[in-house]
Ligand binder design. Structure first.
Ligand code: THU
Length: 159
């Protein structure tokens, strides 16, 4: 037996102004995307903005339903739309922001496990790292690739 340690590197910003121009644009778009949230049950509005390799930015927002499991997270709504409409275009960066009753959360919103699994699948499909930007009003975290949010991923090809 040997003990192993896994470390994750990420960047943390105290203001969006510290970020590159293109990251600032993606953050602005994910905040804008919150307006498309349909969240009458949780009152939690999540916006996502996905930058594609062709320059297009796809927005997504959480969509809820009285039959709870029928709803979908913001991140997956953006990725599935991109996957359906630009199947051959790599997904380069995904920004996510959550708001509680319309107020942007102080801490960065972290994607659920299902969304991480879907991110991982598209990253693998395209063979290009997908950066993840988690936005809060007090701080913003940036990860270089999906693996940093989901190590030891289930991968059907490795079974
Ligand atoms: N939600 C997202 O949109 N993304 C996540 O990664 C986590 C949760 C949504 C689902 C639901 O509409 C609301 O936030 C409360 O859980």
């Amino acid at each position: 037996m040997s003990e192993k340690r896994l470390t994750i590197d990420y960047e943390e910003f105290s203001s969006v102004k510290e970020m590159s121009a293109e990251d600032q644009e993606l953050v602005a778009q994910c905040l804008e995307a919150q307006k498309g949230s349909y969240s009458p049950y949780s009152h939690f509005q999540v916006g996502a903005a996905l930058r594609l390799a062709n320059g297009v930015i796809v927005k997504g927002a959480n969509q809820e339903n009285a039959a709870y499991p029928a709803g979908i997270c913001a991140e997956r709504s953006a990725m599935f739309w991109a996957g359906a409409n630009y199947p051959d275009v790599p997904m380069l960066a995904l920004a996510i922001a959550g708001a509680d009753n319309g107020v942007l959360c102080e801490s960065p919103s972290s994607p659920c496990g299902s969304c991480r699994q879907v991110m991982s699948e598209y990253q693998k499909k395209h063979g290009v790292p997908m950066q993840i930007i988690l936005v809060g009003s007090k701080r913003i975290r940036k990860f270089k690739k999906v693996d940093d949010l989901l190590p030891f991923i289930f991968d059907s090809l490795n079974v």
